[in-house]
Write a protein that binds this ligand. Structure first.
Ligand SMILES: [Zn+2]
Ligand SMILES: [Zn+2]
Length: 400
């Protein structure tokens, strides 16, 4: 029966039923994937109901109260599952930055599914698409193209972003067990929520002094923790293309931020990552804290994963060059914006130079005092910097 013959009521009923089935079977798309991709961006409220319930469930803390064990459970599950999002959804499935066995891969996908960010294949497909079209019109979640809120949360509510294009991720879609987890992406989250509830009930009976129970642990460990986890992850799509420092002159507007790296266990080094996606680590230096990388490194010692890909020397060389260029640009900026800078410098330099001139005048090999010339290394590279920046006029160059 077509929508036209069914009438408005029949059409609404059909649409509602279709969305209901899609909550449980993400690959049930009667109108076809191509039809959805051809649509303009539009929030699908009915399809997003579970996502809205996830947020709404946080308000249940008013009724269930809190206990230290419930809050610590929420924190632990945030950290553990953020590791799953960045270490598995992102660094394994999206970028294959390390290797594991087929069974190991399945276990990773199950663990990552507890993050409630749909299936690993959906995640990897959309993320690879992001790298392909970063900050261009095709990028589903660029804050520069669609605005902040769309890049943060809007894009995942859009009908056209629900399907997984399996033809674009053939390296993953060839494993039926991964396709199964991706298609029925609510199974693991529901079992996970049930396990948290069960653990709360168990604690209520085994250790009443802890002051928790099933409903309380479910609200904190699942609803609150998962909602915060979603927004922590979403910061990478929104904030890391807006705020932070750009080390590399990538064709997008990705940035590095320590704060975001702490919130997301290493994903804040987003400009590094956009420059070189294949390496397991995203903090390229010891001071760029990347907890996910440390966790993956530790996991590799057990033999469960292996083949962690390093950052090539050529990228480190490029980083050294660009870091140096930025320090030159910052020095020039400071000099240009503080008119008295050169005067103050001159006041310090002139007496020193005069004293040195007097001191060396008596010498048979007296030469002009070198200190008065200034830091030669900065002067030498200014021209190179100007050349390099002239090649990329569209991108900001200084530290933000
Ligand atoms: Zn990005
Ligand atoms: Zn990536």
């Amino acid at each position: 029966m077509s929508a036209a013959t069914a009438g408005p009521t029949g059409s609404l009923l059909r649409r509602t039923l279709s969305r209901f089935v899609q909550w449980f079977d993400a690959d049930y798309i009667p109108e076809g994937r191509e039809a959805l991709w051809a649509e303009a961006d539009k929030v699908d409220w009915m399809r997003c109901l579970p996502f809205i319930v996830l947020h709404g469930g946080c308000f249940a803390i008013i009724w269930v109260g809190w206990s230290p064990i419930a809050v610590w459970t929420a924190v632990a599950l945030y950290l553990g599952r953020m590791f799953a999002v960045t270490g598995i959804h992102h660094r394994y499935f999206s970028h294959k930055s390390y290797a594991t066995s087929r069974f190991g891969q399945f276990l990773l996908a199950v663990f990552a599914a507890t993050a409630v960010q749909r299936g690993s294949l959906w995640w990897a497909y959309h993320h690879r698409h992001h790298h392909q079209h970063s900050d261009g019109p095709e990028d589903a979640h660029s804050p520069h193209v669609h605005g902040f809120w769309w890049s943060h949360i809007g894009w995942i509510t859009s009908r056209r972003n629900f399907p997984t294009d399996y033809t674009k991720i053939r390296d993953l879609a060839k494993y039926p067990e991964l396709v199964f987890l991706n298609r029925f992406d609510l199974i693991v989250p529901l079992l996970f929520a049930a396990a948290i509830y069960g653990a709360g009930e168990l604690l209520a009976h085994a250790s009443p002094a802890l002051g928790t129970n099933g409903p309380q642990l479910l609200v904190w460990g699942f609803f609150v923790s998962t909602t915060v986890l979603f927004h922590g992850t979403a910061c990478i799509n929104s904030f890391t293309h807006l705020f932070g420092r750009r080390r590399f002159h990538t064709s997008d507007d990705s940035r590095n931020s320590l704060l975001l790296a702490l919130i997301t266990l290493g994903e804040g080094w987003h400009n590094n990552h956009h420059r070189y996606q294949s390496s397991t680590r995203q903090g390229f230096y010891w001071w760029e804290i990347d907890l996910t990388y440390y966790g993956l490194k530790a996991l590799s010692w057990t033999g469960f994963i292996w083949g962690l890909k390093p950052v090539p020397q050529s990228i480190y060389d490029e980083a050294a060059r660009t870091d140096h260029d930025h320090s030159v640009a910052a020095a020039q900026h400071a000099a240009a914006h503080h008119g008295d800078y050169s005067l103050a410098t001159l006041k310090k330099v002139v007496p020193t130079a005069a004293a040195m001139a007097v001191a060396t005048a008596a010498s048979a090999q007296a030469t002009a005092p070198k200190k008065a010339v200034g830091p030669a290394i900065h002067q030498d590279t200014t021209g190179q910097l100007a050349d390099r920046l002239a090649e990329q006029p569209d991108h900001p160059t200084g530290p933000k």
